[in-house]
Ligand binder design. Structure first.
Ligand code: AMP
Length: 176
């Protein structure tokens, strides 16, 4: 594990072995969220990754992408767009399916969430295999958004999620 030369938020993240199933080491950000210093450090680090770039919309994935996604949107005077699991969004929407370890899942976005040419920051807590983020990138591009960066608190490098996001600027505060 190494840091990007920034503040150490690693101590605020709790590892849970074998959750939600055996063999998975779950990176729990509940302990980070419940500590105001941890929250502030994390937001500062995420913001440093984006720098001074102009952002029109921040897109966060359900549900742990919502926490810092909304805070980042405020930092950049941008709007926040939730990408949600099927059946949750009430208005007209489009969907993208992606592969899970067993079977498939899909994600949805409102059709009026992003305007053509808008500069989009994508945010989630963890980049694992990359299937979720890849589906979100497709949704954003189908609406005409321009993806500025895919921004995560953590990347699990051994799962090679970055390979699925080839061509995008993928950044994270922590790499495991
Ligand atoms: P993936 O599509 O495999 O990149 O999985 C990413 C999504 O699953 C993110 O929304 C994460 O919140 C969640 N996730 C995957 N693996 C983990 C993990 N080890 N710890 C915490 N969350 C995870």
């Amino acid at each position: 594990m190494y840091f990007c030369g920034m503040n150490n938020i690693e101590k605020y993240i709790r590892d849970i072995q074998d959750f939600p199933k055996e063999g998975i080491l779950f990176k729990d950000i509940a302990t980070l969220l419940q500590d105001p210093v941890g929250m502030r450090l994390c937001l500062e680090n995420l913001t440093q990754l984006v720098g001074e770039q102009k952002i029109d919309k921040v897109v966060g994935m359900e549900s742990r992408g919502f926490f810092f996604g909304t805070l980042l949107a405020q930092q950049y005077n941008a709007g926040f767009v939730p990408v949600r699991k099927p059946g949750k969004l009430p208005f007209k929407k489009i969907a993208e399916s992606y592969d899970l370890e067993y079977g498939q899942d899909s994600l949805e976005i409102h059709v009026d969430a992003i305007e053509k040419g808008e500069r989009v920051l994508i945010h989630d807590d963890v980049l694992a295999t990359g299937g979720t983020a890849e589906a979100v990138c497709k949704l954003v591009e189908r609406l005409g958004g321009e993806i500025v960066q895919c921004n995560f608190i953590m990347q699990l490098d051994f799962l090679k999620g970055k390979d699925k996001l080839n061509g995008y600027n993928v950044t994270s505060v922590l790499n495991y």
